[in-house]
Design a protein around this ligand. Structure first.
Ligand code: URA
Length: 234
Protein backbone atom coordinates (compact mmCIF):
# COMPACT_ATOMS: atom_id res chain seq x y z
CA UNK A 1 0.00 0.00 0.00
CA UNK A 2 1.35 3.44 -0.86
CA UNK A 3 1.15 5.40 2.38
CA UNK A 4 3.42 8.16 1.16
CA UNK A 5 0.73 9.98 -0.85
CA UNK A 6 -0.93 12.88 0.89
CA UNK A 7 -4.69 12.72 1.34
CA UNK A 8 -6.46 15.77 -0.09
CA UNK A 9 -7.95 16.99 3.15
CA UNK A 10 -4.63 17.11 4.93
CA UNK A 11 -3.03 18.91 2.00
CA UNK A 12 -5.73 21.58 2.15
CA UNK A 13 -4.55 22.59 5.62
CA UNK A 14 -7.85 23.79 7.04
CA UNK A 15 -8.37 24.11 10.78
CA UNK A 16 -9.58 21.08 12.72
CA UNK A 17 -13.35 20.61 12.67
CA UNK A 18 -13.85 22.93 9.73
CA UNK A 19 -15.38 22.24 6.36
CA UNK A 20 -13.02 21.77 3.42
CA UNK A 21 -12.58 24.66 1.03
CA UNK A 22 -12.43 22.52 -2.14
CA UNK A 23 -15.38 23.50 -4.36
CA UNK A 24 -15.99 19.82 -5.22
CA UNK A 25 -16.67 18.83 -1.62
CA UNK A 26 -20.16 19.32 -0.24
CA UNK A 27 -20.98 21.75 2.55
CA UNK A 28 -22.23 18.84 4.63
CA UNK A 29 -18.67 17.44 4.98
CA UNK A 30 -16.61 18.18 8.11
CA UNK A 31 -12.99 17.00 8.17
CA UNK A 32 -11.83 16.68 11.77
CA UNK A 33 -8.20 17.81 11.62
CA UNK A 34 -7.44 17.85 15.32
CA UNK A 35 -3.71 17.00 15.70
CA UNK A 36 -4.42 13.96 17.88
CA UNK A 37 -6.88 12.61 15.31
CA UNK A 38 -4.34 13.06 12.51
CA UNK A 39 -1.55 11.48 14.58
CA UNK A 40 -3.65 8.44 15.43
CA UNK A 41 -4.89 8.17 11.84
CA UNK A 42 -1.31 7.90 10.57
CA UNK A 43 -0.70 5.00 12.97
CA UNK A 44 -3.98 3.42 11.85
CA UNK A 45 -2.95 3.56 8.18
CA UNK A 46 0.37 1.81 8.85
CA UNK A 47 0.22 -1.76 7.56
CA UNK A 48 2.45 -2.89 10.45
CA UNK A 49 -0.04 -1.78 13.13
CA UNK A 50 -1.27 -4.96 14.87
CA UNK A 51 -4.94 -5.74 15.51
CA UNK A 52 -4.89 -4.82 19.21
CA UNK A 53 -3.45 -1.35 18.55
CA UNK A 54 -5.63 -0.87 15.46
CA UNK A 55 -8.73 -1.51 17.61
CA UNK A 56 -7.56 0.94 20.28
CA UNK A 57 -6.84 3.61 17.67
CA UNK A 58 -10.27 3.26 16.03
CA UNK A 59 -11.84 3.53 19.48
CA UNK A 60 -9.86 6.66 20.36
CA UNK A 61 -10.38 8.41 17.03
CA UNK A 62 -14.11 7.66 17.18
CA UNK A 63 -14.25 9.28 20.61
CA UNK A 64 -12.42 12.39 19.39
CA UNK A 65 -14.68 12.62 16.34
CA UNK A 66 -17.75 12.28 18.52
CA UNK A 67 -16.46 15.21 20.57
CA UNK A 68 -16.68 17.32 17.40
CA UNK A 69 -19.99 15.83 16.27
CA UNK A 70 -21.66 16.53 19.63
CA UNK A 71 -20.57 20.19 19.67
CA UNK A 72 -24.10 21.35 18.78
CA UNK A 73 -25.99 19.35 21.43
CA UNK A 74 -28.62 21.48 23.14
CA UNK A 75 -28.01 22.52 26.74
CA UNK A 76 -30.37 23.51 29.52
CA UNK A 77 -29.53 25.35 32.72
CA UNK A 78 -29.55 23.36 35.94
CA UNK A 79 -29.13 24.47 39.50
CA UNK A 80 -26.07 22.91 41.17
CA UNK A 81 -25.02 23.11 44.78
CA UNK A 82 -21.23 23.15 45.08
CA UNK A 83 -19.59 22.60 48.51
CA UNK A 84 -19.57 26.42 48.75
CA UNK A 85 -22.74 27.78 47.18
CA UNK A 86 -25.54 27.27 44.70
CA UNK A 87 -24.71 28.01 41.05
CA UNK A 88 -26.05 27.46 37.55
CA UNK A 89 -24.65 24.58 35.50
CA UNK A 90 -25.60 23.17 32.11
CA UNK A 91 -26.75 19.73 31.14
CA UNK A 92 -27.31 18.15 27.75
CA UNK A 93 -31.02 18.49 27.21
CA UNK A 94 -31.77 17.74 23.58
CA UNK A 95 -32.93 14.59 21.90
CA UNK A 96 -31.58 11.26 23.05
CA UNK A 97 -28.58 10.01 21.13
CA UNK A 98 -28.50 6.68 19.33
CA UNK A 99 -25.37 5.18 17.79
CA UNK A 100 -25.94 2.99 14.76
CA UNK A 101 -22.85 1.05 13.69
CA UNK A 102 -23.00 -0.45 10.24
CA UNK A 103 -21.94 -4.07 10.77
CA UNK A 104 -19.32 -5.11 11.12
CA UNK A 105 -16.55 -2.48 11.02
CA UNK A 106 -18.80 0.20 12.58
CA UNK A 107 -18.78 -1.81 15.82
CA UNK A 108 -15.20 -0.68 16.37
CA UNK A 109 -16.38 2.92 16.84
CA UNK A 110 -19.11 2.27 19.44
CA UNK A 111 -17.23 1.89 22.73
CA UNK A 112 -15.15 5.05 22.34
CA UNK A 113 -18.28 7.14 21.75
CA UNK A 114 -20.12 5.46 24.63
CA UNK A 115 -17.33 6.57 26.95
CA UNK A 116 -18.27 10.17 26.08
CA UNK A 117 -22.04 9.61 25.98
CA UNK A 118 -22.75 6.60 28.21
CA UNK A 119 -26.52 7.09 28.04
CA UNK A 120 -26.62 6.67 24.25
CA UNK A 121 -28.55 3.71 22.87
CA UNK A 122 -27.05 1.45 20.24
CA UNK A 123 -28.95 0.23 17.20
CA UNK A 124 -27.45 -1.92 14.45
CA UNK A 125 -27.63 -2.00 10.69
CA UNK A 126 -26.35 -5.07 8.89
CA UNK A 127 -25.14 -4.24 5.40
CA UNK A 128 -22.43 -5.86 3.42
CA UNK A 129 -20.95 -4.87 0.13
CA UNK A 130 -21.40 -7.29 -2.73
CA UNK A 131 -17.85 -7.74 -3.98
CA UNK A 132 -19.00 -7.90 -7.65
CA UNK A 133 -21.57 -5.08 -7.83
CA UNK A 134 -20.09 -3.10 -4.87
CA UNK A 135 -23.75 -2.37 -3.94
CA UNK A 136 -25.03 -2.78 -0.34
CA UNK A 137 -27.04 -5.85 0.63
CA UNK A 138 -29.30 -5.31 3.67
CA UNK A 139 -29.56 -8.21 6.18
CA UNK A 140 -30.28 -6.66 9.63
CA UNK A 141 -31.96 -3.49 10.99
CA UNK A 142 -32.74 -2.75 14.63
CA UNK A 143 -33.05 0.72 16.21
CA UNK A 144 -35.08 2.07 19.15
CA UNK A 145 -38.82 2.45 18.41
CA UNK A 146 -38.95 6.20 19.14
CA UNK A 147 -36.73 7.12 16.18
CA UNK A 148 -38.39 10.50 15.59
CA UNK A 149 -37.41 11.56 19.13
CA UNK A 150 -33.73 10.75 18.68
CA UNK A 151 -30.45 12.04 17.26
CA UNK A 152 -28.61 9.35 15.28
CA UNK A 153 -24.90 8.88 14.64
CA UNK A 154 -24.37 6.32 11.88
CA UNK A 155 -20.91 4.76 12.25
CA UNK A 156 -18.69 3.18 9.64
CA UNK A 157 -14.90 3.68 9.58
CA UNK A 158 -14.73 3.72 5.77
CA UNK A 159 -16.97 5.82 3.49
CA UNK A 160 -16.00 4.20 0.19
CA UNK A 161 -18.64 4.10 -2.60
CA UNK A 162 -21.24 5.65 -0.30
CA UNK A 163 -23.71 2.89 -1.20
CA UNK A 164 -23.91 1.37 2.30
CA UNK A 165 -23.97 4.76 3.96
CA UNK A 166 -26.79 6.11 1.77
CA UNK A 167 -28.75 2.90 2.18
CA UNK A 168 -28.31 2.93 5.99
CA UNK A 169 -29.55 6.53 6.19
CA UNK A 170 -32.52 5.73 3.92
CA UNK A 171 -33.47 2.83 6.25
CA UNK A 172 -33.18 5.09 9.31
CA UNK A 173 -35.37 7.76 7.71
CA UNK A 174 -37.93 5.10 6.81
CA UNK A 175 -37.98 4.20 10.53
CA UNK A 176 -38.80 7.85 11.36
CA UNK A 177 -35.37 9.35 12.02
CA UNK A 178 -34.99 13.00 11.02
CA UNK A 179 -31.73 14.05 12.70
CA UNK A 180 -28.83 11.97 11.43
CA UNK A 181 -25.05 12.47 11.30
CA UNK A 182 -22.59 10.13 9.62
CA UNK A 183 -19.23 9.49 11.31
CA UNK A 184 -16.40 7.76 9.48
CA UNK A 185 -12.62 7.81 9.75
CA UNK A 186 -11.57 7.80 6.10
CA UNK A 187 -13.75 8.96 3.18
CA UNK A 188 -13.40 8.74 -0.58
CA UNK A 189 -14.61 11.72 -2.65
CA UNK A 190 -17.07 9.54 -4.59
CA UNK A 191 -18.61 8.23 -1.35
CA UNK A 192 -18.96 11.69 0.12
CA UNK A 193 -20.65 12.91 -3.08
CA UNK A 194 -23.04 9.97 -3.21
CA UNK A 195 -24.10 10.30 0.44
CA UNK A 196 -24.37 14.08 0.24
CA UNK A 197 -26.45 13.96 -2.93
CA UNK A 198 -28.81 11.31 -1.53
CA UNK A 199 -29.04 12.94 1.91
CA UNK A 200 -27.91 16.59 1.90
CA UNK A 201 -29.33 17.04 5.42
CA UNK A 202 -26.82 14.56 6.89
CA UNK A 203 -23.55 16.07 8.13
CA UNK A 204 -20.61 13.80 7.31
CA UNK A 205 -17.64 13.76 9.70
CA UNK A 206 -14.35 12.17 8.64
CA UNK A 207 -10.73 12.33 9.77
CA UNK A 208 -9.47 12.34 6.19
CA UNK A 209 -10.84 12.83 2.70
CA UNK A 210 -8.60 10.47 0.76
CA UNK A 211 -7.73 10.51 -2.94
CA UNK A 212 -9.84 7.86 -4.67
CA UNK A 213 -11.18 4.32 -4.82
CA UNK A 214 -9.26 1.55 -6.54
CA UNK A 215 -11.10 -0.82 -8.95
CA UNK A 216 -11.74 -3.23 -6.04
CA UNK A 217 -13.52 -0.49 -4.08
CA UNK A 218 -10.72 0.14 -1.58
CA UNK A 219 -9.92 3.69 -0.56
CA UNK A 220 -6.47 5.01 -1.57
CA UNK A 221 -4.27 5.60 0.28
CA UNK A 222 -6.76 4.33 2.90
CA UNK A 223 -5.92 1.79 5.55
CA UNK A 224 -7.00 -1.50 3.97
CA UNK A 225 -10.04 -3.50 5.06
CA UNK A 226 -11.13 -1.92 8.33
CA UNK A 227 -13.26 -4.90 9.39
CA UNK A 228 -10.48 -7.40 8.79
CA UNK A 229 -7.92 -5.26 10.57
CA UNK A 230 -10.31 -4.67 13.54
CA UNK A 231 -11.23 -8.30 14.00
CA UNK A 232 -8.02 -9.97 12.85
CA UNK A 233 -9.65 -11.78 9.95
CA UNK A 234 -7.09 -10.69 7.37
N1 URA B 1 -14.05 -0.77 3.25
C1 URA B 1 -12.85 -0.94 3.87
O1 URA B 1 -12.75 -1.59 4.92
N2 URA B 1 -11.76 -0.37 3.31
C2 URA B 1 -11.82 0.34 2.17
O2 URA B 1 -10.78 0.83 1.71
C3 URA B 1 -13.08 0.49 1.54
C4 URA B 1 -14.17 -0.07 2.11
Amino acid sequence: MDTTSTPDAVAQGHAHGSAPTNADTPASLVVVRHPLVQHKLALLRDRRTPTKIFKELVDEIAMLMAYEATADLALAEVSVETPLERTVGHEVSGKKLTLVPILRAGLGMVEGILRLVPAARVGHIGLYRDHDTLEPVDYYFKVPGDAAERDFFVLDPMLATGGSAASAVTSLKRAGATRIKFLCLVAAPVGVRRLAEAHPDVTIYCASLDRELNPQGYILPGLGDAGDRLFGTR
